[in-house]
Design a binder for this molecule. Structure first.
Ligand code: BES
Ligand code: MN
Ligand code: MN
Length: 461
């Protein structure tokens, strides 16, 4: 048995013996309703930051809870020695809102474990995944194994609400955050049996359209047909965003899109994804999307334009005969390399204004954005990630892309110039942002084991 084998055995034994406590502590954190987009939860969001800060301090790290204009950042570091490599762990302690609340089988902030699965808002996105990093570090420190790398944490609370605090911090403190690799667990395995490392995330331009008509809702008999209806006008605008083949109609939208090459298409196809899985996971009656592309290609490598919310007029029970005074929609465009979020937002606004029917006022607002990212798959740190995941999950990971966005990744690449490892421990059907969000305990434990192994492997990379 080598020294490395003995270390691994001690870490494994420690993690096995502490499984139940680790799950219970995660549940304590999940009980704090850190919904970053709802200001009535600001106190809770802060408490969630303090919870993780206290835990890192308890492990002996030097920790700072950094006030910002929005939600606090947490920065923590172990002793930094010049003769060791440095890993920077990033995650977010904020969570999405819980609505529709009546669809949860157990309350979102009362974590419930059923059949080896934790159900709670934030279980997978991202408290549970981020917590694997903390518990892996705990294992090294508690077993008295000399830490083979320097560790830093930057943890934010505005990922889900598009807040700017963490970008500013990374832009202003590249020296403090300097590292040999950034490690993020905020993506998914490929499926229940197959671990995965993600090498590309889509970006985002998030828009709001506001349509204003008459001063107030009008009787639809008295005034129907003589003034423009904001609901109809909005419908026309939305209908003009895409054609029947699923192509986005905004001029210039595809100009910067990097087309998939034959090799990547083959690599996607070799994963053997079937639309049955899509229909099982979503409950949709049929797959749908841009003509000429497979489901994985559409999901991972093609840009989108989707209504996320839309409102106008009377929504209550029964009929109410009115011409609504207003209408509005929230629209997300998922972007792929090399689309630029601000440029796409401009093209969107120009297209919507050009297609706005007469007789209403139309306003377009760019709410927030994220750059699409690609991370190189060939680096010694990436190989360390592959070895760590193979150990933690007992199977070699596949390389995948993801359709979601993690806005800070582009900033890390630009400011720190270190490789970013996206080692996701969730499942594609963990119901993130949906009712009954869940995290499988097995993936939680394997994620901790992976992260623990990574601390050793990164030192050898
Ligand atoms: N963890 C997700 C990103 C994600 C989702 C990665 C699905 C892989 C698969 C992250 O917390 C998230 O939800 N990001 C937002 C960013 C937005 C609010 C700027 C997103 O993608 O909608
Ligand atoms: Mn997340
Ligand atoms: Mn999220």
């Amino acid at each position: 048995m080598t020294q490395d084998d003995r270390t691994a055995a001690r870490l494994d034994a420690y993690l096995l013996a502490n499984r139940d406590r680790h799950a219970a502590q995660l549940c304590d954190w999940l009980r704090i309703p850190s919904v970053s987009s709802q200001s009535d939860h600001d106190g809770d969001t802060r408490r969630a930051a303090v919870f993780i800060a206290d835990e890192l301090r308890g492990l002996g790290l030097v920790v700072e809870v950094i006030p910002t204009e929005g939600h606090p950042l947490v920065y923590a570091e172990t002793e930094q020695r010049a003769d060791r490599r440095t890993l920077l762990f990033y995650g977010h302690y904020d969570v999405q809102p819980t609505d529709p609340l009546d669809q949860w089988l157990s309350p979102p902030f009362e974590p419930a474990i059923r059949d080896g699965v934790i159900y709670a808002r934030g279980a997978s996105d991202d408290k549970g995944q981020l917590y694997t990093h903390v518990k892996a570090l705990e294992a090294w420190l508690a077993t008295g194994e000399p830490l083979p790398v320097n560790v830093k944490f930057i943890i934010e609370g505005e990922e889900e609400c598009g807040g700017p605090a963490v970008y500013r911090y990374v832009e202003q403190h590249p020296d403090r955050l300097a590292c040999d690799a950034v490690v993020i667990s905020d993506t998914s395995l490929y499926d229940e049996k197959t671990p995965a490392i993600c090498y590309s995330l889509r970006g985002l331009s998030f828009m709001q359209i506001d349509v204003a008509g008459p001063r107030a809702d009008l009787h639809s008999g008295s005034f129907g047909g003589v003034v423009q209806n904001p609901g109809n006008a909005l419908a026309a605008i939305v209908a003009g965003l895409k054609d029947g083949d699923g192509r986005v109609l905004i001029p210039g939208f595809y100009d910067a899109v990097r087309e998939l090459d034959a090799e990547e298409r083959r690599a996607f196809a070799s994963l053997g994804f079937t639309d049955e899985v899509l229909l099982r996971d979503t409950g949709s009656p049929a797959p749908h999307g841009e003509r000429g592309y497979t489901t994985l290609e559409r999901m991972w490598a093609r840009p989108t334009c989707d209504v996320n919310g839309m409102w106008s007029g009377y929504q209550g029970e029964g009929a109410k005969t009115i011409i609504p005074a207003q209408a509005g929609a929230k629209v997300s465009m998922r972007l792929v390399p090399d689309q630029d979020p601000a440029e796409i937002a401009r093209l969107f606004e120009r297209h919507v204004m050009a297609n706005a029917p007469e007789g209403v006022g139309v306003k377009v607002t760019y709410l927030h954005g994220a750059s699409p990212v690609m991370v190189p798959r060939a680096s010694s740190m990436m190989s360390a990630g592959v070895r760590a995941m193979t150990r933690g999950f007992g199977r070699e990971p596949v390389f995948i892309r993801e359709g979601g966005s993690i806005p800070i990744v582009g900033t890390f690449q630009a400011c720190l110039k270190s490789p970013v490892l996206l080692l996701g421990y969730g499942l594609p059907n963990d119901n993130i942002h949906s009712p009954n969000e869940k995290f499988h305990l097995e993936n939680f434990y394997n994620g901790i084991a992976t992260t623990a192994a990574l601390l050793g492997e990164a030192a050898l990379a």
